[in-house]
Each structure stands twice: as C-alpha cells, then as structure tokens.
Design a protein around this ligand. Structure first.
Ligand code: HEM
Length: 146
C-alpha cells in the first residue's frame, strides 16, 4: 500500500497540470469509452450526465485539481468527501478501481501521445492509487455507517 508519494512522483504529476488543463476532457471522454466496454460498469453511471458531457467534465476537473494540489491534499478534503458520497450513492466498490485505472492510464497515452513517457505514466499510476486508497477508505466507512 502506498502511504506517501515520493517527491519525484509529486513533481511529475504537478508538471502535467498544464497538459491536463488543455486536454483533460479529451482524456476523460476517452477513458469512459474504454471503461464502458464493460456493460456492468456502464450501468453504474447516470446516462443523462454522460450524454450531456457533464461527467467527463467533472472527472477532468477533479483530476486537474488533484494534479495541482497533490502536495497539499488538505485543500481537496471537501471535494474528496463529495466524490465518496456520490460513489456510495451509485454503488461504486473498491473492486471497480482497477477497471478505472486500466481505462484512465491508457487514455492519457491515447490523447497525449509522445508527450507522455513511461515515467509519467507510472507517476500517474502511483498518484491514482494514492487517491483511490483515500476514496475507498472513506467509502468503506460510509457503507458501514449505512
Ligand atoms: C481515483 C478515482 C476516481 C476519481 C478521482 C473519481 C471522481 C469522481 C467525481 C469528481 C465524480 C463527480 C462527483 C459529483 O457529482 O460532483 C464522480 C462520480 C462518480 N464516479 Fe467516480 N471517481 C473515481 C473512481 C471511480 C470508480 C472506480 C468508479 C466505478 C466504476 C466511479 C464511478 C462513479 C460514478 C458512477 C459516479 C456518479 C456519476 C453520475 O452521477 O452518474 N468512480 N467520480
């Protein structure tokens, strides 16, 4: 389990913020294309929010905020709480997280192409799992309380 991110990983993730600012929605749109090959996963999502393009925008904004604040996660507390609440409302489980990782990381490569190398992708992989652990930890508490 990752308990902290290394200074190198933090620096790489922060350095990708401008690319995410510019291409974030293209990346999350591509991520959902990859993710929704699985009909069970697709069924978790509100179709209206998908079709209006709202959901890819929300996820892109969350990823950008994370990239910018990866060294100061305290400022994301409320946003993380909202994500966890929404995940519990929609039945997201810890076992779904590997599916999103397997869709998101290749989607970053699909969109940014040669601008990302293995080093950048592996930094994002670590950063993803770091946030995923925070979310699944909180979601577990919320499921237990329900
Ligand atoms: C680190 C990983 C993740 C991040 C950063 C993330 C982020 C978000 C954000 C920002 C929202 C919108 C919350 C709002 O309404 O304001 C959201 C909603 C949601 N997420 Fe995630 N999420 C992650 C992992 C997952 C996983 C693994 C699944 C399951 C496949 C998932 C499924 C959903 C669903 C179903 C919603 C509600 C969408 C709707 O309203 O239709 N998320 N997530």
């Amino acid at each position: 389990m990752t308990t902290t991110l290394s200074p190198e990983t933090i620096a790489i993730v922060k350095a990708t913020a401008p690319a995410l600012q510019q291409h974030g929605v293209a990346i999350t749109t591509r991520m959902y294309e990859r993710l929704f090959v699985d009909p069970e996963v697709k069924a978790l999502f509100d179709e209206a929010a998908q079709e209006s393009g709202e959901q890819p925008k929300r996820l892109a904004a969350a990823i950008l905020a994370y990239a910018k604040n990866v060294d100061n996660l305290g400022v994301l507390g409320q946003a993380v709480e909202r994500m966890a609440q929404r995940h519990v409302e929609t039945g997201v489980k810890a076992e779904h997280y590997p599916l999103v990782a397997a869709a998101l990381l290749p989607a970053i490569k699909d969109v940014l192409g040669d601008a990302v190398d293995d080093n950048i992708l592996s930094a994002w992989g670590e950063a993803y799992w770091f946030l995923a652990e925070i979310l699944t930890g909180r979601e577990k508490q919320l499921y237990q309380a329900a």
